[in-house]
Design a binder for this molecule. Structure first.
Ligand code: SF4
Length: 682
C-alpha cells in the first residue's frame, strides 16, 4: 500500500484554510486538517471537511464535448481545440472576450489574461470579482492606494472593537469569524450593521438593522457623531491624510436624527455605535458583499475607509479595513491581472511603460492600450451583437450574474461559446465546445487568501478521465493559434515569469512557499511579506478622504413591487453550487433555495412555513418555498443565490456602480404571491 498526505488548500472560501489530501494507492480517501498553518490551526468548517467529496463525482467531465446537430457529443482534444482556435480567429479582437476564474490558480489566471492580451489582442478579460468585490478594488485604491484587505487573519483576535457591516462572517468566512469570536471572548466589542438578523446578532453589543442600500448615510451619521463630539484622531488626520475639511463639511449634513429617517436605525444606536468604535483603542471594520454589491458600492467602500481614517484605525495590529473576499482565489485572480484595465499586480494597461514591460516579457509589440469590457459589459455587448465569441474558464454566469434571462439571451446570441469547467454547468450546457478541466487536487498551483497570502497546493491524484489542468489547456490553445510564448514545464515556471514583471509578487517563488505562504507586497527574494498594509504611510502616500453623499438604490419598492429583495449565501453552499451541490452532506443540510419573509408580511399574504410562493421583479419570476422568520424585517425578503432551480438572479437588477461596474445584487423591488393564489402581496 502506498499512502501519502499531500498539502493542499480548501477550494471554497477566501480564508484559505490548509489541509492534507489523504491519498491511498492513487485514490483520494480523506482530508486531514493542517495544525501547522496559522490560519486554520487544524480546524475546518463543514465545507472544508468535505472538500474532497466532489472531486471524483460521477458527473465530472472526462472528455471534450463538441456540439453536433444541436447536441453536445464526446470528441477529441485535437478537434475541440481546433474548433476553438478557428472560431476565435474568425472575429476581430474587439468582438472576442474571455472570462477567467476566481476558483482556479494564480498561474492559470495569469495565463488567461496573457492569452487574451497577447494571442487574442484584446483587453476584454474579466471574471466574477466584478460581481463581488470590484468596488473594493476601486474604492480602497482611491482611499489608500491598494484595493485589498489591510490586515491579517490571525491578528484579528487582538481587536478591541469589531464593526461588521454587510458581512455574514460566521456563514461566509467561518475561520475569520472564529478569530473574531476569540477577540469577543477576550472582551472586544462587536457592532453589527445588517438588515437581517444573522448569527452575529446573538453576539453583538449593538445590532443596527438598516434599510438595504443606506450604508453611506449610516457611515456618515457615525462620522458626524465622532467629529461633533471631538473624538476623532486629530494627529492621524493631520499627519497621515488629506482632504479632511471637505469630508468634515459634508458629514455635517448627516446628524443622527436625519440618518434615522433614512436608514430606519434609532438615532441612539447610531450615537452609541459611533462612540464605541471611536473610543476603542484598536477598532477594525469588516465588510463584504453587503457593502460592495450596490450601485453605490464604491461610495460604501470609501465611506468605510473614511471612518477608519478619522479614528486612526489603519496601519496597526488588530485594526484596519478588512474587505473579506469571497472565493478561494478571487484575490489572486485580481492580483494576476484577470481584469480588463490592468496587467498582473494592478499595472494599468493604459500606461505606456507598463505595456512596454509586458511587450518585452512576452516578445511582442502593440499590446492593446484601451481598457477592455467588464463581465456585465461583455454580456451586454453580446446581446447587441458586439461580442461574438466568448471563452469562459470556470465561471457560471447562468447562475451567478444578475437578470439570468438576459444572460441566457446574450449567450445564445453569440456566434461561438467555449466553456472550460469540471462539470457540465448551466453555462456549459449552452456552449459549442466544452473542455474538461481538473480540480485543485489534480494539479499544482498557488491561491491567494483574502489576507493577500499566496499559498501552494500540490497535485494529489492524476486527472480524472482525459481532463487537463487549465494552465495546460490555455497553453495548448495558444500554441494551436500560433503562439510560441506558452512553453511552460510546470506552474512554477509560470509563477517565475509573473514574479519577474509583477512587483507585488516579485519575491514569490515555489521554493519560498512554506506552510503559511507569503503575503504580498513581497517585492524581493529576501522580503518576508507584508502582514499589515499602510503602516508608516499609505500605498498612495497620504490617505485620501472623499466626501460622499448618500444616494438611494437604483430600484425602490413601489405599489406594484412593494418588497425589497436582498440576496446572499448560506454556510452549506458556495457560489453557484457547482461543487457544494455535489456533496451529499451539504445537500442534506440545505437541499434547495428558500425565501425568508417576516411573519407579519407572511400572515398578511396567507403564507405559512413551507408554502410555495412566486417572487417576481421587473426581470423575471421564480417559484420557491417560504421560510417565515424574524430574520428579515417587514418589507424585506431574502433569497440565497446558489440554486439554479429557483435562481435569485432571475430577479436581480443589472443596474451597476458607475465606477466599479458591479451590479446591485443587494437591493431591488419585488412582489411576493402565494403560488396559485393569484392574489398579489399589496
Ligand atoms: Fe474552507 Fe473557508 Fe471553511 Fe476554511 S472557512 S474550511 S477555507 S470554506
Amino acid at each position: 500500500m502506498n499512502y501519502s498526505n499531500v498539502p493542499s488548500i480548501c477550494p471554497y472560501c477566501g480564508c484559505g484554510c490548509s489541509f492534507f489530501l489523504q491519498v491511498l494507492d492513487g485514490e483520494l480517501v480523506g482530508i486531514l486538517p493542517n495544525k501547522s498553518q496559522e490560519i486554520s490551526k487544524g480546524q475546518l468548517c463543514i465545507k472544508g471537511w468535505h472538500a474532497n467529496d466532489f472531486i471524483t463525482h460521477k458527473e465530472r467531465l472526462a472528455k471534450p464535448l463538441v456540439r453536433k446537430n444541436g447536441e453536445l457529443v464526446e470528441s477529441t482534444w485535437d478537434e475541440a481545440l481546433s474548433i476553438i482556435a478557428s472560431k476565435l480567429k474568425e472575429h476581430a479582437p474587439d468582438s472576442v472576450a474571455t472570462l477567467s476564474s476566481a476558483k482556479v490558480s494564480n498561474e492559470e489566471n495569469y495565463l488567461m489574461q496573457k492569452f487574451t492580451r497577447l494571442v487574442l489582442r484584446t483587453n476584454n478579460v474579466d471574471h466574477c470579482a466584478r460581481l463581488c468585490h470590484a468596488s473594493t478594488v476601486v474604492g480602497l485604491n482611491k482611499s489608500f492606494g491598494s484595493g485589498a484587505m489591510t490586515n491579517s487573519i490571525p491578528e484579528l483576535e487582538n481587536c478591541k472593537c469589531m464593526f461588521v457591516i454587510g458581512s455574514n462572517t460566521t456563514e461566509q468566512h467561518p475561520m475569520i469569524a472564529h478569530y473574531m469570536m476569540m477577540a469577543k471572548e477576550k472582551g472586544a466589542k462587536l457592532i453589527l450593521a445588517d438588515p437581517r438578523s444573522i448569527p452575529w446578532s446573538h453576539f453583538s453589543d449593538i445590532h443596527m438593522r438598516q434599510r438595504p442600500g443606506t450604508d453611506v448615510a449610516l457611515l456618515n451619521g457615525m462620522m458626524n457623531v465622532i467629529i461633533s463630539e471631538g473624538i476623532e484622531d486629530k494627529k492621524f488626520i493631520e499627519e497621515r491624510t488629506e482632504d479632511y475639511d471637505a469630508l468634515k463639511e459634508m458629514v455635517g449634513k448627516y446628524p443622527p436624527d436625519q440618518v434615522e429617517k433614512i436608514t430606519g436605525i434609532p438615532k441612539e444606536q447610531i450615537i452609541e455605535a459611533a462612540r464605541m468604535y471611536a473610543k476603542s483603542e484598536v477598532a477594525a471594520i469588516f465588510y463584504s458583499m453587503g457593502i460592495t454589491q450596490h450601485t453605490t458600492g464604491v461610495d460604501n467602500v470609501v465611506s468605510c475607509a473614511n471612518l477608519a481614517m478619522i479614528t486612526g484605525n489603519i496601519g496597526k495590529v488588530g485594526a484596519g479595513v478588512n474587505a473579506l473576499r469571497g472565493q478561494n482565489n478571487v484575490q489572486g485572480s485580481c492580483d494576476c491581472g484577470a481584469l480588463p484595465n490592468v496587467y498582473s499586480g494592478y499595472q494599468a494597461v493604459t500606461d505606456e511603460a507598463n505595456r512596454k514591460k509586458f511587450e518585452d516579457a512576452w516578445h511582442t509589440t502593440g499590446l492593446p492600450a484601451n481598457p477592455g469590457l467588464t463581465v456585465t459589459e461583455i454580456l451586454g455587448s453580446a446581446a447587441k451583437g458586439g461580442i461574438k465569441a466568448l471563452y469562459i474558464m470556470g465561471e457560471n454566469p447562468m447562475v451567478s450574474d444578475p437578470d439570468i434571462k438576459h444572460v441566457k439571451e446574450s449567450l445564445e446570441k453569440l456566434d461561438f461559446l467555449a466553456v472550460q469547467d469540471i462539470f457540465l454547468t448551466e453555462t456549459a450546457r449552452l456552449a459549442h465546445v466544452v473542455l474538461p478541466a481538473v480540480t485543485f487536487a489534480e494539479k499544482d498551483g498557488t491561491y491567494t487568501t483574502t489576507d493577500r497570502r499566496v499559498q501552494l497546493a500540490r497535485k494529489a491524484i492524476e486527472p480524472i478521465g482525459e481532463s487537463k489542468p487549465d494552465w495546460e489547456i490555455i497553453s495548448l490553445l495558444a500554441k494551436k493559434m500560433g503562439s510560441n510564448e506558452f512553453n511552460y514545464g510546470s506552474p512554477a515556471d509560470i509563477m517565475d515569469e509573473m514574479a519577474r514583471i509583477t512587483p507585488i509578487y516579485g519575491g514569490i517563488s515555489y521554493d519560498r512557499l512554506k506552510v503559511n505562504g507569503l503575503q504580498w507586497p513581497c517585492p524581493t527574494k529576501e522580503h518576508p511579506g507584508t502582514p499589515i498594509l499602510h503602516k508608516e504611510k499609505f500605498s498612495r502616500g497620504k490617505g485620501k478622504f472623499w466626501a460622499i453623499e448618500f444616494k438611494e438604490p437604483a430600484e425602490l419598492p413601489d405599489a406594484e413591487y412593494p418588497f425589497i429583495l436582498t440576496t446572499g449565501r448560506t454556510i452549506f453552499h458556495y457560489h453557484t453550487g457547482t461543487m457544494s451541490r455535489r456533496v451529499d452532506i451539504l445537500n442534506k443540510e440545505v437541499p434547495t433555495g428558500y425565501l425568508e419573509i417576516n411573519p407579519a408580511d407572511a400572515a398578511r399574504l396567507g403564507i405559512s412555513e413551507g408554502s410555495k410562493v412566486v417572487v417576481s421583479t421587473r426581470r423575471g419570476e421564480i417559484e420557491i418555498d417560504a421560510k417565515v422568520t424574524e430574520r428579515v424585517k417587514e418589507g424585506v425578503v431574502f433569497v440565497p443565490f446558489h440554486f439554479a432551480e429557483c435562481a435569485a438572479n432571475m430577479l436581480t437588477n443589472t443596474a451597476i456602480d458607475p465606477q466599479a461596474k458591479i451590479p446591485e445584487f443587494k437591493a431591488c423591488a419585488c412582489k411576493v404571491v402565494k403560488a396559485n393564489s393569484g392574489s398579489c402581496c399589496q
